[in-house]
Design a protein around this ligand. Structure first.
Ligand code: TXA
Ligand code: MG
Length: 352
């Protein structure tokens, strides 16, 4: 594993681009989460991503492009709604699904006849995609840089944790440092390939923002009730984005009542067996402001606004997981649309 840091070494971006040009695996920062990249035009290189992640080969990857012109080379058609959305939101946390140019990126698309395209808004990602374009590589296929089904990484050190112990026969992952990701949850995905736009995965951009630009209603295909015409894709699976510990979504009142019941028992258990660490963590927006903390419970506060909550979510879940707890009780996010992305990720984490 090699860490390339543009803040330390002037040629880090060039080395990273060369790594991709050579068909190697490179984890790259984006504004949403870190991606595990390979050149999109090389099916053998892309196969290394599936192997490293342990991801089923028919699950399509997102191809990252430097601009709309590069995106067009991967598409057989670019519907008007895709044009409007990418004009408005690229570079940024939006992926559009469009019909695929059948001559390119077959492995990246998992064999599907559509392709997911995204132009990320992160200075390091943009510099990397430019350096790739200089080498005639117009797209970098990159799913989130985590093992299949696990939490997406929002810092370079999370990627290192995921891939430092690559087993025999698997390719080494190089990591391009870009600091903590600004958005923190994956891009909003809009399927523009079916005549009417469909939201496959909510993200920072809200449905209202998307509809305002699309100029038409956008249907939301939820994982618990997917649109039957939607392809099976990992980010659209109900059970996904999960930490090792079990996640349970509860109201503030439910968490409070449950703690009332178990805290006396935890106190007694502690007296009997002081070596036993806490098995429950509570991740709540408001509870810890007024409820006294208990030694037998790991407590962490969820930020009170949706943007900061998204930014911190995956790093906080990783931190809670690292304490070794068996259960994470999470306060259900508010019903407002601004929380759709965070609520979606927590619902899926709780479903596994
Ligand atoms: O923010 C993001 O989107 C991050 C960063 C790295 O760009 N990427 C990401 O990739 O989250 P991934 O592979 O973990 O999730 C992409 C989702 C998956 O659910 C995948 O199945 C879906 O997009 N997807 C990609 N291409 C698709 C297609 N042609 N049709 C339907 N779903 C597609
Ligand atoms: Mg993912």
């Amino acid at each position: 594993m090699r860490l390339l840091d543009p803040a330390q070494h002037a040629d880090a971006i060039e080395q990273a681009a060369q790594r991709l040009a050579d068909g190697g695996l490179l984890a790259l920062p984006t504004e949403t989460v870190y991606g595990l990249g390979a050149r999109a035009d090389d099916d053998a290189a892309v196969a290394r991503i599936f192997a490293a992640k342990g991801r089923p080969a028919d699950h399509p990857l997102i191809v990252h492009v430097p601009n709309q012109a590069a995106a067009l080379t991967f598409a057989s058609a670019f519907p008007a709604v895709a044009r409007k959305l990418t004009d408005a939101f690229w570079p940024g946390p939006l992926t559009v699904i469009v019909p695929r140019n059948p001559d390119v990126a077959t492995a990246s698309a998992g064999g599907h006849d559509t392709i997911g395209l995204r132009c990320p808004d992160h200075p390091v990602a943009r510099a990397l995609l430019e350096a790739c374009a200089q080498r005639d590589i117009l797209g970098v296929a990159a799913p989130s840089a985590n093992r299949f089904g696990r939490i997406s990484p929002t810092r370079a050190e999370h990627v290192v944790e995921e891939f430092k112990d690559q087993g025999a026969g698997l390719d080494e992952v190089w990591v391009l440092e870009g600091g903590p990701c600004g958005v923190g949850i994956e891009s909003t995905i809009i399927d523009c390939s079916r005549g009417h736009p469909v939201l496959l995965r909510p993200g920072k951009l809200t449905l209202a923002e998307i509809e305002a630009v699309a100029g038409e209603p956008v249907m939301w295909s939820k994982p618990e009730a997917p649109d039957p015409s939607a392809p099976k894709a990992s980010g659209t699976l109900l059970s996904h984005y999960a930490p090792r510990a079990k996640v349970r979504l509860m109201s503030d009142e439910q968490i409070n009542a449950a703690l009332d019941v178990i805290e006396p028992e935890l106190t007694a258990a502690k007296i009997r067996d002081a070596a036993q660490g806490p098995r429950i963590a509570v991740y709540s927006r408001s509870l810890w402001a007024w409820r006294p903390k208990h030694q037998g419970v790991v407590h962490l506060s969820m930020p009170g606004d949706a943007i900061t909550a998204a930014h911190d979510l995956f790093a906080d879940l990783r931190e809670l997981d690292a304490t070794g707890v068996e259960l994470i009780w999470v306060e259900t996010p508010p019903p407002e649309p601004a929380w759709d992305g965070v609520r979606d990720r927590l619902n899926r984490a709780a479903a596994s």
